[in-house]
Design a protein around this ligand. Sequence first.
Ligand code: PAZ
Length: 355
Amino acid sequence: MSPEGEGSKFSAESYYTTQPPPLSLDHDVSLIREFVSRQEKEGRNVVLVTSGGTTVPLELNVVRFLDNFSAGTRGATSAEYFLQAGYAVIFMHRQFSLQPFSRHYSHSTNPFLDFLEIEASLNGTASPPDICVTHNKRRHLLDVLTAYKRVQAAGTLHTLTFVTVNDYLWLLRAVSHELSVLRRKSMYYLAAAVSDFFLPRQKMSEHKIQSGKGSLLIEMDQVPKILRSMVDEWTREGFVVSFKLETDGELIVPKARAALERYGHQVVIGNDLNHRKYEVVFVSRKVGSLSPRASSSEGGISHNNTDNSSFVESWLRINPPASSPVLGTDYVKEIEEDIVAELVGRHEQWISAGR
Ligand code: PAZ
């Protein structure tokens, strides 16, 4: 049942007063507080990267749930580029989805064990066989390992996990509050694929739904649009970047514009499910066209504004991998490298504009 009665919608406020927080929330928040305060002392910008899909449980003792396609590639890859750019990163990801650094070896197309060889023991010695890294994989592994160790030593990566859409919503609010002390030095990069629908606790069956009645009809509620509260109440002057995924390319720009209009944040990055690794569009307000919150500046990539709306679109494209690897190396261009470079530039301008 919806909080204000049958058929009514959850607002952000009614959501948080009726749906229970995850058990680990207080613990997670205390670790985040420590992390943010250390980064603040060390003068770093901090970005919250959300990544991966959310589940929607159908029962309290969960046997079944709805899920979505997201593997967390966008978030994990972007987190690495933010770290490389000197940011501290709070990586809030779906449990078991891809993570920065280990992502290079988690995928079934690049299995970790294929990088290792067994070195036979030398003739006549009783020493057991040893392992070593396959020769032509060493350079890449060394690069990944070096970056990973550097980040570990600097203490600039903090990871948090969620599973359900409820975990996600509670964590997002709590982390945003903690991060808001950094004001303009904080960025929110919302790449997770969050369910638009959920089953409120009050509507859930306690035990496994029985199949005896034949077909199953479940009416879900809409997940509240929390971006408005995030922009107006939780994040103060943080630089907020949301993503918009569509499967009909024609809808991307209009829906991204509508989101900016409605929530008043800085950037929407639009992507098409089937082209998301090679093409994205940045949608933002034109210079001089103020958001409800403050003015934002434009970045340096090619702009496309074919009408006289108050928005500007900047398309970012790379070649699909078959044509882009540099011969003789493992280097494959990733679109997140350019997405992050563009955002870092825009964020710098955002910070300067607030001085
Ligand atoms: O996780 P992934 O790399 O496979 O996909 C990334 C993505 C498409 C989920 C992300 O770029 C995105 O668009 N997230 C927001 C989705 C949405 O709520 O519209």
